[in-house]
Each structure stands twice: as C-alpha cells, then as structure tokens.
Design a protein around this ligand. Structure first.
Ligand SMILES: [Cu+2]
Length: 409
C-alpha cells in the first residue's frame, strides 16, 4: 500500500493530484515517511527516472460519435446504414506533426454511452481528403518523392477486430489539423420486432512529435485484397449479383479448379490489364472452400522493408486468412478467425503486431489465401483483405516543409 501511494505521488506531479492523494493517505504516508525516509528518497529518484521516460508515452485520445444509425431489418456486410463525416485530430489553425498510434471502435446505444453488441459493426475507416489537401501537395509538405504513394484509407476497423495499438514507438505521421473523412457502417443479422438505434464510437490515439526526445518510426499503410475472376455470362455482360442474389447472372470462375462462383456486389468489380474482370466480394457456396490469389503488383511497396502490423478482414464463416511469400515459398502470417457461438458475426480474428517485423521485398511475389467453411444451405458472401503497415523508409520529419501547407477550410 505505501509503495503504491508513494509511486502515485511521485509520478503525479500536479498539485491537485498530490493533494488528493495526501487527503486519502495522509496517515499511511506519514507513518511511512517516518519509518522509511531513506526508502522514499530512493524510490522517488527511481520514479523520477520513470516519469522522464513516461513523458515519451503521453498518448492523447480524440473521440468521435457517428449519427444514430437505425437497424430496422437484416443488413448484411457492406449493405448497412452508413455515417460519413469530416474529421480532424486537433481543431486548430496551426499544423504540427502528430503520430497515429492506435484506434478503437465500439458500438453504443443512442445515448452515446451504453455498450451494444460488437457484431453490429461492419467497418469504420479514416481516409485522406484529397479535395481539401491533394496528394501531390501533401507529399511536398511531408518531403516525400512521387514514388511514395499513399492508399486512400489509412486505418480500417472491422468486425472481429475493433482495436489496434501499433508497436511501441511506431506510428503513422499526420498533420495535427489535417482534414480527413471518417466513414462507419453497421450491420444486423437478426430479424427484430422493433428497430434499434446505434452509434459508432471511434477513439483515435495519437502522440505529439514535440513530446518525443527520440524519433518515432514511420509506418506506411497498404491494403491488399484477395480477388476472384468473374466469367462473363452468356449475354456477354459482366455484372454482380443483386444483394439477395436471386436470378444472378454473373458467374465467377476460379481458374485453378474450374469451380463457378458469383460476385456479391457490383461496386467491387475490378478490370485487370488483360480485360478480365475480378471481384473482392464474392459468394461462397455451402461447404469448405480454399481461395488463393497472387497479388499482381506484389505488396506495392517502393522499397524492401519490414512489415510490422497486419489487420486482416474476412466475413463470417472464414476459418483463416494467410499471407505467403511465393518467391521464398513460405508462410508469413496466418490469422485464424472465430465466429460468435450463434454464428451471427465474427467474434475474433488474429492480427499481427511486432517491433521486429517481417522482412518484405518490393520484387517478391505474394499470395493471399483464405478458407471459408459455409455450414448453411445457401451461398454466403465473402471477402479476404489485409491492411498492412510497413516501415516507411522515406519519411524524414527533418524534410517536412510546413510553409507549403495550403490554407484549409
Ligand atoms: Cu467486407
């Protein structure tokens, strides 16, 4: 008990905290001082060292609530009510360097406080707003070359994975008052008697660069998705299925085994160089199926570097998602997923986070593999993505040019 109080006081230099602690512990502390003066001196000296070190770990949080989103019927993945808002970490006219170090997303009730089922979350993401700060200007401000290409989004929180903390001293460099877009979607697997209103609460964690004596390690985020080729239907038209996929005309052909699949939405179709159409949102028939996809442009990194964080995204009934280095024929990461007991949503999904990281190469070939085990009699929709954070070999805060920051409304 005395050690705890002592440490707390030593580590809490503000007067009000000291007084508060003293108020509740004056007797214990007095006795402790009388009998342990030398020990206090020594412990305080140690605590001061800790306090100095702690200065480097002042993590600020900014909280944001979506509008109320009403769930009045079944909404599957990617079909639920959404909220789109503008977002800044710090409301200020002056810009300074901050580092995003983590994020947490929770579902709450209409009061903005009461916890609701995490399975209502489809996704929350934060992206750059190029209409307010275009990528060319942003690169110049951050002192980056044209080969340093940012993905549109820089953080995604998804069902089964609603919290991420980057490894210690790693972060994504941002301007404190930079304008971003914040987008959230909820979903609902159950038929309900009454509509339910929920809000998405997002807490972003950041640190000020000025609070650090040593340099943070910059992270660059790149997302990669498993894609499945879609075969044109008999009319020559390539299209996705309707959301209820009744009368669906689109066939997806897995080239490896000739099995036929269906695209789950028109919005996620991608035309490849050879003209073939792919989708990263598809239907899985009943039973167990493995899908593999070689990433066309590798990991899309401009340098050989290390991979420190992987946040995967799969839908319910996925059993795992894996990243493989095909050049070296080895598995780099395999994340297993777990459904809720009632099978209505993803309860958990392994992620990867490491200070040491995994060596990755700009010229290697990589593959994403996933397995879905569909126990129902119907097709279910699927995705398999990885949001990866690489050590950024180019960013150097000494090359930042704040004078190039345009006036942003
Ligand atoms: Cu998805």
């Amino acid at each position: 008990m005395p050690e705890f109080i002592l440490m707390k006081i030593c580590l809490s230099p503000t007067l009000d905290k000291i007084l508060k602690n003293l108020k509740y512990s004056v007797l214990g502390l007095s006795l402790f001082i009388v009998f342990n003066a030398f020990a206090i001196q020594k412990a305080c000296a140690e605590a001061n060292i800790k306090a100095t070190a702690e200065k480097q770990l002042v993590i600020h949080e900014v909280e944001h609530l979506s509008k109320v989103l009403t769930l009045d019927r079944i909404y599957k993945s990617m079909e639920g009510p959404t909220d789109n808002q503008n977002f800044r970490f710090v409301e200020s006219d002056t810009s300074e360097l901050i580092w995003l170090v983590g994020m947490e997303v929770d579902i709450v009730g209409e009061d903005g406080k009461t916890s609701q089922a995490p399975s209502f979350l489809c996704h929350t993401n934060v992206s750059f707003d190029s209409t307010k700060l275009n990528s060319k200007t942003r690169r110049e401000v951050f002192g980056l070359s044209p080969k340093h290409v940012l993905d549109y989004k820089f953080i995604d929180m998804v069902q089964g994975h609603n919290k991420i903390d980057f490894p210690k001293h790693f972060g994504v460099p941002l301007l404190s008052n930079e304008p971003f877009k914040l987008s959230s979607m909820v979903m609902n697997w159950e038929q309900r008697d009454k509509p339910i209103g929920v809000m998405v609460k997002m807490i972003a964690k950041y640190v000020y660069d000025r609070d650090f004596d040593e340099d943070m390690i910059p992270l660059l985020r790149k997302g990669s998705a498993l894609q499945v080729p879609i075969k044109k239907n008999k009319t020559g038209k390539t299209a996705g299925a309707d959301s209820d996929h009744a009368g669906c005309a689109t066939e997806m052909k897995n080239e490896d085994d000739g099995e036929l699949f269906q695209s789950a939405s028109d919005a996620n179709l991608i035309k490849h160089k050879d003209g073939e159409i792919f989708s990263y949102h598809w239907f899985v028939p009943p039973g167990r199926h493995v899908y593999r996809y070689t990433l066309d442009y590798g990991l899309r990194i401009p340098w050989d570097t290390t991979l420190h964080v992987i946040v995967p995204h799969v839908h319910v009934y996925a059993t795992y998602i894996e990243l493989r280095d095909l050049t070296e024929n080895k598995s780099l990461f395999k994340g297993k997923s777990q459904n809720f007991k009632n099978n209505l949503g993803l309860e958990s999904l392994d992620h990867y986070s490491s200070e040491q990281g995994i060596p990755v190469y700009k010229d290697h070939q990589y593959e994403i593999v996933t397995e879905y085990n569909n126990p129902t009699k119907n097709d279910i929709d699927a995705m398999a993505m990885m949001y990866m954070y690489f050590r950024d070999k180019e960013f150097d805060k000494k090359k930042m040019n704040y004078s190039l920051i345009p006036k942003i409304d």
